[in-house]
Design a protein around this ligand. Structure first.
Ligand SMILES: Nc1ncnc2c1ncn2[C@@H]1O[C@H](COP(=O)(O)OP(=O)(O)OP(=O)(O)O)[C@@H](O)[C@H]1O
Length: 278
């Protein structure tokens, strides 16, 4: 083997090693000793003078499962956009743990720091097998795709198997993702996020279009993920929210209208007026 080929070989191996390395160094940078993993303080976002977020202040505790509800236009998507670096606020603070200032990071850096986002519509690779979708998700860096397959070490394979089990897709692992049901595609996409070992998962309307049985399984999955991950779920389906929620935040006109247990927010006349009474 020529010197150049040898160097390339070693570089490739390092790249693959890189993608399966545990994120201990990143975790060490995330200081959650005070409880919250996410701090949003006085966050304001204006679009042509209209305040989509209006001094929004919200804290998510490490390991918690939080549901965010609120009428259309309340600012839920804009909030997710601020957390993931898609939208920059006019003012306010957004921290991941106590030390990582999200407003100074690019979208890719925020994802690498451990914030995973699942959009409403599943975006799996339909012609790839389920298991391959997870491999690709692990190698977020597309440059290493060609060397995958052959070079996945046993730790990586174990992780893929664990995630397949976690999301309940072990039985369909060899099938093309395009053949899965809608619910299964959603779970696969959650699995793809899990391959990146996020500390915080943002999940947008996970049960839209699901059957009741799929909703039950999704509830079970998200509940199970909490603790090891922090999970923020934006959802309109109240039955689903009721089935998973410990703590609910109600957004209205870009700020927090109410927060508490489902029973507490349901009993709040302001919440009934702007949302639940619809
Ligand atoms: N890029 C944009 N330009 C102008 N206005 C915007 C933009 N993005 C959002 N808005 C407005 O900001 C407000 C908040 O929108 P957002 O999508 O955050 O609400 P939401 O709570 O997610 O609503 P839904 O439940 O319908 O998804 C809405 O009035 C929306 O029209």
């Amino acid at each position: 083997m020529s010197m150049l080929a040898r160097t390339r070989e070693v570089m490739r191996r390092d790249q693959v090693f890189d993608i399966v390395r545990p994120r201990q160094d990143l975790d060490a940078r995330l200081d959650t000793r005070h409880g919250p993993i996410l701090y949003l303080e006085d966050v304001t976002v204006s679009f042509d003078g209209f305040r989509a977020l209006d001094a929004l202040t919200l804290y998510i505790d490490d390991g918690e499962l939080r549901c965010i509800i609120g009428p259309n236009g309340a600012g839920k998507t804009t909030m997710m956009d601020v957390i993931t670096g898609r939208t920059r606020p006019d003012s306010g603070r957004a921290f991941f743990g106590q030390r990582l200032d999200l407003l100074r990071l690019q979208e890719t850096e925020i994802a690498q720091a451990g914030i995973g986002r699942k959009f409403q519509k599943p975006t799996v690779f339909p012609s790839h097998r389920v298991v391959e979708n997870l491999e690709l998700a692990m190698a977020g860096d597309r440059r290493v795709w060609p060397v995958l397959g052959a070079r996945l070490d046993s730790a990586a394979r174990d992780r893929i198997a664990a995630v397949l089990d976690e999301v309940g897709l072990a039985d369909v692992a060899p099938r093309p993702a395009g053949e899965l049901s809608h619910g299964q595609k959603q779970w696969l996409e959650i699995g793809m996020l899990l391959m990146q070992e996020p500390r915080l998962l943002l999940v947008d309307e996970p049960v839209a279009g699901m059957t009741h049985q799929e909703m039950d399984r999704t509830a079970e999955l998200l509940t199970r993920l909490a603790g090891r991950h922090s999970v923020v779920v934006v959802e309109h389906d109240m039955e689903f929210v009721r089935s998973i929620a410990r703590k609910v935040t109600v957004l209205h006109q870009g700020s927090v209208l109410a927060e508490g247990s489902m029973a507490e927010v349901q009993a709040d006349p302001r919440v009934v007026e702007v949302y639940l009474g619809e």
